[in-house]
Write a protein that binds this ligand. Structure first.
Ligand code: SF4
Ligand code: SF4
Length: 444
């Protein structure tokens, strides 16, 4: 838990999300809760620098006739939730009023409720419903021919302006590159020898990779690097098939019925692998967080969801667990020199500690500058026309820290955050995922 938190001596807890209860969807009850929590935040104000939600809230209060919450028109409450990209940082790193504190503030999950109520009322945009349908969109754009066209459109100013006018995708937003030769096409066989895998602590030494939509279609090299690093450490790896998007984009949109449909599709696939002795790993922190925290809080009675939560790992959490048991290869061949490392928000809020920094620090002659601020990418926030400028402003301190570090390598646990930083730097040097840095240090 963060050094920022103070004043609450009991371990803070995230409570289950009561989205199956009628009261969750009652607009009057929601407004009463928003008013209660907003008033606490207005008095506190410690989250003002985290994102745009809090400045929007405080401006509403400060510009109201009474300069208190009772002067704010309730019709303006959704403006606060619109700016929330569910990074969880306010709850997990700042707020002293999380349960069991009597104030019981869980700001992100209250924003989720506001988004969900708005979504059910039909207030979402078609663009947002489309770009959060990652299985469908990524699968389509990733097909041969279309991928090349989409990548070409990305670089043509006039076409990007047309995309902005037609769909509200900001013309300067960094859009991911698509690879029709996806990771799953490249990697079909099990890596390593399954029967030789050795368990260590909570880890079985056998990893079933949840590739993730982005990892499959946009950065297949990341999965290839991960396979090499796992193999070097004697960890067998197979690629899961039949799984769908983790549901995080739909969660951020407030489409909870879609989250449930994706959960129903994914959990049996993951569970089958777990029951065969495989651990689950995903190279994107948001997807790990979805299975580790958000789904268990949405489905607290579902034993299968809870079981998956116990067996899914961030890659560096996995390496750190095995290192503790003397099962991580520290025989590196190349120093990395200076590394500017951005700790992704959705990894930080997993409360696993700074495992990426811990593992990278094992590489000799490697000096790490840790950056713990939001990169501004935040799912779809950076690409939407109406929020892109805020995203760039949020990213600026991170970009400046990376520039100041003058490092040989820079990157983030979240590859999308890495690309956002790269976009801000606007130079020759490309962001590298810490997994890629490990592969380089091993000389693989
Ligand atoms: S969850 Fe993140 S984006 Fe949402 S209000 Fe908290 S800090 Fe802001
Ligand atoms: S979420 Fe908590 S820490 Fe942040 S402004 Fe509100 S009360 Fe304060």
């Amino acid at each position: 838990m963060s050094e920022y938190r103070e004043g609450n001596l009991e371990r803070p807890q995230r409570e289950p999300i009561p989205w199956k209860d009628a009261e969750f969807w009652d607009e009057d009850a929601l407004n009463t809760e928003l008013e209660r929590v907003f008033d606490i935040c207005h008095t506190c104000r410690r989250c003002v620098s985290l994102c745009q939600s809090f400045p929007v809230l405080f401006d509403l209060v400060d510009e109201s006739p009474t300069m208190e919450l009772d002067g704010v028109d309730k019709a303006d409450f959704p403006k606060v939730a619109e700016q929330c990209f569910m990074c969880d940082l306010c709850a997990e790193t700042k707020c002293p009023y999380l349960p069991p504190h009597e104030f019981a503030v869980d700001f992100p999950h209250l924003m989720l409720r506001a988004k969900a109520v708005g979504f059910r009322k039909g207030q979402s945009k078609w663009r947002d419903r489309l770009i959060t349908s990652t299985d469908r969109v990524f699968g389509f754009v990733g097909t041969p021919g279309i991928a090349q066209t989409a990548n070409a459109v990305n670089g043509v100013g006039v076409l990007r302006k047309a995309l902005n006018a037609a769909a509200g995708i900001h013309p300067e937003a960094p859009l991911p590159k698509f690879h029709s030769n996806s990771f799953k096409k490249r990697q079909k066989d099990i890596v390593g020898v399954e029967d030789e895998a050795r368990s260590a602590g909570r880890t079985t030494g056998k990893v079933a990779l949840y590739t993730t939509c982005y990892g499959n279609w946009n950065e297949p090299e990341l999965g290839e690097d991960l396979a090499k690093v796992l193999n070097r450490n004697g960890i067998a790896m197979k690629v899961l098939t039949g799984e769908r998007c983790c549901g995080m984009p739909k969660f951020e949109l407030g489409d909870l019925a879609a989250v449930e449909r994706l959960k129903d599709a994914n959990i049996p696939v993951l569970l089958e692998a777990i029951e065969e002795g495989w651990d689950i790993m995903a190279p994107i922190p948001s997807c790990v967080l979805m299975f580790k925290q958000e789904l268990p809080l949405m489905f607290p009675e579902d034993a299968d969801v809870q079981k998956v939560a116990e067996h899914i790992f961030d890659p560096f959490e996995y390496f750190a667990l095995r290192h503790k048991e003397g099962m991580f290869d520290t025989d590196f061949e190349r120093p990395l020199g200076k590394v500017a490392y951005h700790a992704a928000c959705h990894q930080r809020v997993q409360n696993i500690g700074q495992k990426t920094r811990e593992i990278l620090s094992l590489i000799p002659d490697t000096e790490i500058t840790l950056i713990e601020r939001c990169s501004g990418h935040d799912g779809t926030y950076a690409i939407k026309s109406e929020t892109h400028a805020h995203a760039v402003k949020i990213a600026r301190p991170v970009v400046n820290r990376v520039k100041q570090a003058d490092a040989e390598h820079y990157g983030s646990d979240c590859p999308m955050a890495g690309r956002m930083i790269e976009h801000g730097i606007d130079g020759e040097q490309r962001a590298e995922h810490p997994i890629t840095m490990l592969r380089v240090a091993y000389g693989l």
